[in-house]
Write a protein that binds this ligand. Structure first.
Ligand SMILES: [Zn+2]
Length: 415
């Protein structure tokens, strides 16, 4: 580039070979230059003729205007999209609606003949030749050219699974629409998506591409919002403890006795190496939600997932911490079961804490800080079980717990 005052590599090159370094941007007032460093930020133009004194953004606009006026260049926006292979040699996937004609080349299937559907097949395994399994189904491949009516062949590659995931949120708005992907009315009523929650593993491709498709649809006039999602939050990965013996073999939780922070192999009494890992079959540390539901109930699973840590951070599944959530819900239930208006404390001893808890849980829900909301409810319950709850306390607690443990919340409310 040869801008030694404003690019670090150029700066180092020019310094080493004693070349002149001429600044054309200076830091704005109140900011200083780092010694030995190129100035790479926006600032004020210097040594730049009639651009001198202009802030960087204005200098850019002015110099672009000058180049345009002299016919030497023009402003342009470049988009960069990561490559992602679109066609697949698989049976599963939307057929690409293209027909190959010997005279007309690649011809799009006309709208009246859409959608092109997959044929019913006996076998959908890969062919082993690198060709799509569809290529072997002659009755499906043989067709006619939409342009000349002559013999033609269908495209046999299919779309990748992400072709659907790039716009499914639009189809969900109007899943039964027969003659269009979604109606304008549904799109205008519901778009954009208020909150999109997913794993960070989607950040690079799925989100980039669904935004890209959406922006193309916007430019074509098919959607009314420039962005598909108002807010996006990534949930952290749930990790798990793994237990390894001296020979490197992994052991599952049922073979182990936990004593404080130590894990002992029941069969031999050996102390095992404890680590936090991704859940994996090879490490015997996977947690099946169905097992948790069978043992503790769906409400406990749900509450624990929200309580286990900050929403965005990775965190280990901790079998012992589940017990805490079980106890909390049992105590809420007992308080409801044992409630008696005649035995409730006089006055309103928990007024302050009750209102603090309502405020905390409400605000935390909006911020998706579920773990601290649960902690606040636990603190409130502790005080209630000590002094006794009023009817108002109990009604409040049930309403707060409801979104976190809906089955118990509903039963308690009914009662
Ligand atoms: Zn043709």
């Amino acid at each position: 580039m040869a801008v030694p005052a404003h690019d670090q590599r150029d700066y180092e090159f020019a310094s080493k070979f004693d070349l002149p370094i001429r600044p054309v941007v200076r830091p704005a007032d109140g900011h200083t230059l780092e010694p030995g460093q190129a100035f790479v930020d926006d600032g004020i133009a210097v040594n730049s003729g009639d651009l001198d004194g202009l802030p960087t953004a204005e200098a850019k606009a002015k110099v672009t205007g000058q180049l345009e006026a002299r016919g030497l260049g023009h402003a342009m926006v470049n988009y960069r999209l990561r490559d992602w292979v679109f066609s697949r040699q698989r049976y599963w996937g939307e057929p690409i609606p293209i027909v190959h004609c010997p005279s007309h080349g690649t011809v799009p299937v006309p709208e009246s003949a859409l959608p092109v559907t997959l044929p019913e097949v006996e076998r959908y395994e890969p062919t082993g030749t690198g060709e799509s399994p569809l290529a072997g189904i002659e009755s499906w491949v043989k067709t006619t050219c939409p342009t000349c009516g002559g013999p033609a062949r269908r495209e046999t590659n299919t779309m990748p699974q992400w072709a659907g995931s790039c716009w499914y949120y639009l189809r969900y708005l109007d899943p039964k629409a027969e003659h269009e992907p979604w109606s304008k009315q549904a799109e205008q009523q519901w778009q954009p998506v208020d909150l999109y929650v997913g794993g960070a593993e989607h950040a690079v491709l799925h989100l980039l591409y669904s935004r890209f498709w959406h922006k193309v649809l916007y430019d074509l006039g098919h959607v009314s919002t420039k962005e598909p999602f108002k807010k996006l939050r990534h949930q952290g990965t749930v990790l798990a403890y793994s237990y390894q013996d001296a020979l490197g073999r992994y052991h599952e939780l049922s073979e182990i006795e936990l004593r404080g922070d130590e894990a002992i192999l029941k069969a031999t009494g050996e102390k095992l190496k404890v680590a936090v890992d991704k859940m994996a079959k090879t490490k015997l540390n996977g947690i099946n939600p169905d097992d948790v539901v069978a043992e503790h109930g769906a409400d406990v699973l749900r509450l624990y997932e929200m309580f286990m840590g900050e929403f965005e951070l990775p965190k280990p599944w901790d079998a012992r911490a589940i017990e805490g959530c079980t106890r909390f819900l049992k105590r809420v239930w007992r308080l409801v079961e044992e409630f008696d208006d005649n035995k409730a404390p006089a006055g309103d001893p928990h007024l302050r804490l009750r209102h603090k808890t309502i405020k905390k849980v409400t605000g935390d829900l909006d911020r998706m800080a579920f773990n601290t909301a649960v902690a606040a409810m636990m603190e409130y319950l502790n005080q209630l079980t000590g002094v006794g709850a009023t009817r108002e306390d109990l009604l409040t607690l049930i309403k707060l717990v409801g979104p976190f443990a809906p089955h118990l919340g509903d039963e308690a409310w009914e009662k």
